[in-house]
Design a protein around this ligand. Structure first.
Ligand code: AMP
Ligand code: ZN
Ligand code: FE
Ligand code: FE
Length: 290
């Protein structure tokens, strides 16, 4: 076997990237800055065995990624990140191993993307009302083929010189409760889980540590999730340990990944450092009855 450099990673593993998977990445089909091909090439370069592309409300990048994956020897797992509302909170749900051609799923995703576009229009109007003459065109230029979201609006604000950096765009205007904030159309967690299950997939509570309480976590488990994202850059080692214990207590599955968006959001360091062993992927596969 070719000698690979041993590295200590922030997901608590001490091993080579071989036999490891990153199950949470984004491409230009949502708010990532690498194309599916570039991302899969990067995964191959990092020595990962598998990668899941989990674009927001979009499965458009999966076919290209799978094709490149076959040529470079990286398994590409169908992934997706949906937003749902839990009370007033915005929670994210990751889907894996669904059928990317499921027509009901594709219809829903199209609907969610149309709603994202309407919301971008509302945000631009709010910004205009705040004397920020941003145009929808500049936002759509940033989004390209991707599901339009606040990250694209933030990029446009920076590009057009209305804010000095990406984070200021959120703290000044776009962040939850900010003067240009607008809610996205959101399904309930139950609906999201049902949609994913009907497409043959598994649902995971994404990065629960970001802003959820233990009560929220239990509420999410009760809607019938298959698992919890344990490894994520926003989770401390203590949180990982906690979520892993919850996973075993409720007979759930675990998942994990870097939430890598392509490096432009100051996130280059996460790639390759937040992974799960392939045994986690095998466990998921065993839980699929498709
Ligand atoms: P959206 O799906 O359009 O609501 O955009 C949500 C995305 O915006 C998140 O996944 C983050 O990447 C980013 N985001 C949300 N809040 C902030 C914030 N306060 N600072 C920086 N990025 C943020
Ligand atoms: Zn994103
Ligand atoms: Fe997320
Ligand atoms: Fe994400």
């Amino acid at each position: 076997m070719e000698a690979m450099e041993e590295m200590e990673t922030r997901d608590g593993s001490v091993s080579s990237a071989q036999d490891r998977a990153d199950l949470h990445t984004h491409t230009t089909w949502s708010d990532g800055s690498l194309s599916p091909e570039e991302l899969v090439q990067k995964a191959a370069g990092a020595g990962l065995s598998a990668i899941a592309i989990a674009d927001h409300d979009n499965v458009g990048g999966l076919a290209e990624a799978a094709e490149v994956g076959r040529t470079v020897g990286v398994e590409v797992i169908a992934g997706l990140e949906l937003s749902a509302s839990l009370g007033e909170k915005d929670v994210h749900i990751l889907a894996y191993f669904f059928d990317p051609a499921d027509s009901r799923l594709l219809e829903y995703l199209e609907f969610f993307r149309r709603e994202r576009l309407k919301r971008a229009e509302r945000i631009v109007r709010k910004l205009n009302g705040l004397d920020v003459p941003l145009t929808l065109e500049s936002v759509l230029d940033q989004a390209g083929i991707g599901s339009v979201g606040r990250p694209h609006i933030a990029n446009a604000l920076v590009e057009e010189g209305y804010t000095s950096n990406y984070h200021e765009a959120f703290s000044k205007y776009l962040g939850s409760g900010g003067p240009a904030y607008e809610k996205k159309y959101q399904v309930s967690p139950e609906e999201a889980v049902r949609l994913i299950a009907r497409a043959g997939g598994l649902s995971f509570f994404a990065h629960p540590g970001k802003h959820t309480t233990e009560a929220d976590l239990l509420a999410m488990i009760n809607v019938g999730l298959d698992g919890i994202e344990v490894v994520h850059p926003s989770h401390s080692p203590a949180m990982q340990q906690h979520y892993r214990s919850v996973v075993s207590q409720y007979f759930l599955l675990e998942s994990g990944g870097s939430d890598f968006h392509g490096g432009k959001k100051n996130d280059n360091g996460v790639f390759g450092s937040f992974t799960v062993p392939m045994s986690v992927v095998d466990e998921m596969r065993r839980r699929c009855f498709r």
